[in-house]
Design a protein around this ligand. Sequence first.
Ligand code: PLP
Length: 238
Amino acid sequence: MTDARDSDAIAHNVQSVLHSIRRAADRVGRRSDTIRLIAVTKSVSVSGIRHAIAAGVRLFGENRLQEAIPKIASFGPEAGLSWHFIGRLQRRKVRSVVGAFAMIHSVDSLELAAEVNRRAEEAGACQEILLEVNIGGESSKAGFSLPAVVDALPVLDSMSHLSVKGLMAVPPPTREAESARPYFRRLSELARSLSHANLRRVRMDELSMGMSNDYEVAVEEGATFVRVGSAIFGPRAL
Ligand SMILES: *Cc1c(COP(=O)(O)O)cnc(C)c1O
């Protein structure tokens, strides 16, 4: 948990991450305003979040619903914050997530997508989502396999209360950031190939990839959202 002492450190870290994003974008000739920083606040206190807001952050990511709901509630609409859900989502929790989060990055099956669509319809909303892809083919990890995501698109396109914006992935853990590059590239290429599918509503504009240790490589490979926690808030107690 963070406290007031961390205010300067958090402000410094936010600037340093934004600077690294700009440099990475420059290296590959991308406009840095096409890349959004999501400050990941799992295990970060409300005061830590306030420090990030003071440093200019408005977009936050949470992956634990129980922890997120009271945090979100402690900021009114005047704060102008946007919350993205990035963690494993159980079907029975979908109802609480729809509406509270502007975007869900972790839709990892058609069954879950159908539930999000159903709950969004009940709420009279249209929920923005990303499809989580198991880009490393890890048996321990959630996400659509590459062939499954191709097959899912026409079905997703018919879900009228979903707005599919693109893809998300968490590559297998690697020691070197550079080792994540092939996975980021594969996700980029997948999104590019899927964007040619002739669909009415599904879009492939957003790529959510890159965390504290590899977000610069992710930016070089086309990320539009990077999800950064510990590089902003410091190491998490587990
Ligand atoms: C925790 C988490 C992050 C942020 O991780 P850091 O290494 O602290 O930057 C990003 N994405 C997901 C899905 C996470 O669970």
